[in-house]
Design a protein. Structure first.
Length: 465
């Protein structure tokens, strides 16, 4: 006889009341003063006015007066290890920037990557990010378990994580950009990627860890690796990520080597589809945008990094009108030294208005890019990205009654157009990870010290050859 099942215990509840709410649902439902009830790790109720009476198991009540509640921010592109090399190659475009930094990155190790991941995650989480993504593609020989170091950092901090196992197999001697010492063989890359998926990927609804497959870029990856990586990802049921159409030089490179532009090249290798998203996608023509829309391929838009290396302005308004999924990305902090995503809401709005006019992007579209759009791009729109009953309890309470925001009547405009808003509370999977602007799961000062030590050690190691 089977043993009796354990009696179900009602989940503990958190009730948040009296706050403005931007749900970012399909109808952009908003409440000037409303409530959110969280049960365990799920959103149970969202609505206008105070929470209904009768909820049991309430362990915490939060007075949200003067605050705006939104879905947690979703970061769709990053390179955590670059936290250790911020502020270098300050006036270089992408290719020169890469040439300057690859020799330094070739000396990273597991301890350094863990410190960099902690700092990158801490900076984002403190600013309202609840789901982080990373694209790690530099694996020096003998450097240890670099992907595992990132995963440990995210687990300890309590951030929902979507790392991708990156790779490069086209070194300089084969016509690629990275130096030969920075690349793997095709076989090594594919074996390590499959091992990463088998070891770490959790496809469940509640998953805190999803692994993706991510060869780096057309100018650092062979056609064979692209094709085989796509086949591997689809065999394993995981998503695909890479850099695409980032610079004019990339387009020229693809035309010279492959006889076609980046989008056509990606399509020829199986790299367009609903399970694919690409970072940047700046230099796209109308046919490229149509191809992304037709196939459901997503875009991770990184406005600050694009500006930092003068790569150009992505055609985000046109991508959105075509129905392409678009989210926001910090990108590596060696090309976006702030390391924050909430400032990208404002930067995206300003950059695109500068390029296309005052009506090309609204504050609510900017908020959607940073929340639901990011969830779409990561393939998690059914679980996160909007405040709706049944979704995972990833939400942020932004303080808007202080000096920086109190005279802006529209709370969404205050968040997007105003100064970076303080985070009073951030819940990830129903757990408080930020309280009153401070992380609850790690010591921020200790994280800063570890990152500073790792950065100095990397500089010394690189200087020594």
């Amino acid at each position: 006889m089977a043993a009796p099942t354990e009696t179900h215990r009602p989940a503990d509840r958190i009730v948040i009341e009296h706050c403005a709410i931007a749900t970012v649902d399909a109808h952009d439902t908003e409440h000037r003063s409303g409530h959110i009830v969280v049960a365990g790790n799920r959103i149970e109720s969202v609505g206008a006015g105070p929470a209904p009476e009768g909820f049991t198991g309430v362990v915490r009540r939060v007075d949200g007066t003067g605050h705006l509640a939104t879905p947690g921010l979703v970061n769709t592109h990053h390179h955590f290890y670059q936290w250790l090399t911020r502020g270098l190659a300050q006036n270089s475009p992408l290719f020169d920037w890469l040439v300057a930094l690859y020799p330094v990155w070739a000396h990273i190790d597991e301890e350094m990557v863990h410190a960099a991941a902690q700092a990158s995650l801490a900076m984002m989480a403190r600013g309202g990010v609840t789901t982080a993504m990373d694209h790690h593609y530099v694996f020096p020989r003998g450097s240890g378990d670099l992907l595992g170091a990132e995963i440990r950092a995210a687990r300890d901090m309590g951030v929902r994580f979507s790392p991708t196992r990156g790779s490069m197999d086209r070194g300089k001697s084969q016509g690629g950009l990275p130096p030969d010492f920075a690349v793997e063989t095709t076989e090594q890359a594919l074996i390590a990627t499959e091992e990463a998926v088998d070891t770490h990927h959790d496809p469940s609804f509640d998953s805190m860890l999803r692994i993706g497959v991510a060869p780096c870029s057309p100018f650092s990856v062979s056609t064979e690796l692209l094709r085989e990586a796509a086949a591997l990802a689809r065999r394993k049921g995981v998503r695909l990520h890479t850099h695409g159409s980032e610079t004019v030089e990339e387009e020229q490179f693809c035309k010279e080597l492959f006889g076609m532009g980046p989008t056509d090249y990606f399509e020829s290798t199986g790299w367009l589809g609903e399970d694919v998203w690409m970072a940047h996608c700046i230099h796209m023509n109308d046919a490229d945008i149509a191809a992304f829309a037709r196939t459901g391929t997503g875009v991770g838009h990184c406005p600050s990094s694009n500006a930092r290396i003068a790569a150009g302005t992505a055609r985000v308004p046109e991508l959105l009108r075509a129905g392409v999924p678009v989210g926001l990305g910090v990108d590596g902090t060696a090309s976006n030294e702030s390391g924050e995503l909430h400032t990208e809401l404002r930067n995206a709005l300003l950059i695109h208005r500068l390029a296309g006019g005052a009506d090309v992007l609204t504050v609510r579209q900017a908020l959607r890019l940073g929340t639901y759009g990011g969830a779409q791009v990561l393939g998690r729109a059914a679980e996160i990205g909007s405040l709706e009953p049944g979704k995972l309890a990833d939400l942020v309470l932004w303080k808007l009654d202080g000096l920086g925001h109190s005279t802006i009547a529209d709370p969404v405009a205050a968040l997007v157009l105003g100064a970076a808003a303080p985070v009073t509370l951030s819940l990830i999977n129903g757990r408080a990870v930020v309280e009153d602007g401070r992380l609850t799961t790690v010591d921020e000062d200790a994280v800063a010290r570890a990152a500073r030590t790792a950065s100095r050690r990397l500089t010394e190691r690189a200087a020594g050859g």
